[in-house]
Design a protein around this ligand. Sequence first.
Ligand SMILES: [Zn+2]
Length: 306
Amino acid sequence: MRAMARRNYFSTEAFDRSGHLRRDPEWLNARLADTATRLLLLRRSLIPVNSERRLMLVAAVVTDLDHAADGVVFLGLDPDGSAVFAVDVDGDGRADLISVLPEGHTFVELRGAAASLPRDEGHRAAYASAMLTWHRRHRWCGTCGAPTVPDWAGHIRRCTGCGAEHFPRTDPVIIVVVTAGDHCLLGRQAAWPTSMFSALAGFVEPGESLEDAVAREVWEETGVRVSDVVYNSSQPWPFPLSLMLGFHASAGDKPVDVTVDETEIEDARWFTRDELAKGIADGGLTVPPPFSIARTIIDAWLEEGA
Ligand SMILES: [Zn+2]
């Protein structure tokens, strides 16, 4: 199966991260005093939207923020050159910041809002959410246990004890559509709606290549051996800190018996292209939403047979 260079939701090329500016305190201070600079205020992982479900940002000058403070992250530059910062309003003494949001705003879960946000808004909400989550989870040094403090406009945390530098992390997760001739193998978790199936997925373990992780996850969850692991595309997945890496893999010419590991998934079964396409069309089968990479790799396989 050929690889497809598809850009998945939550990613964009239309945003300049300007990494070199993160270490320029004078420039950062000037931006926070600039009427063009915008802030994205998050309440933990909740994002502010207006009545039309569009992301709401506020002018930086209505606040009194320090770029070096915990919970403040310089995200980058908009296409018009304006700086954008993310701010965790649940941080120390920041609850009042919510009052600077225009009337009519509500805070909503990013996962639910993703379907309605334009791509560039989905990208910055995902980026901001993942960065602020990382800060909340890395307040102490993993090496010596002392408190850490942010630096580089929120793109590093430095240990106050041993001086270790800690960088934002993202956890690789493989997700794979396994095929055998005109069939593909999908699984479901017990917590999902009963009609829902998706591609198999799992965290990459230390010492594994991505191809190894694909083969191991499929074997562990379904007892099926795969080969010909082919990369499709990737997607930042801020729930909370993952990078999804999408693949197709072959289990041979014909479906083989499936042995489900019920500690990982509830069920896994083979679907023909027709079954899958018809099930999705008539609602008898539920697959992940169009903004997810799971759907990208399922649709890519369906389209290949069309
Ligand atoms: Zn330390």
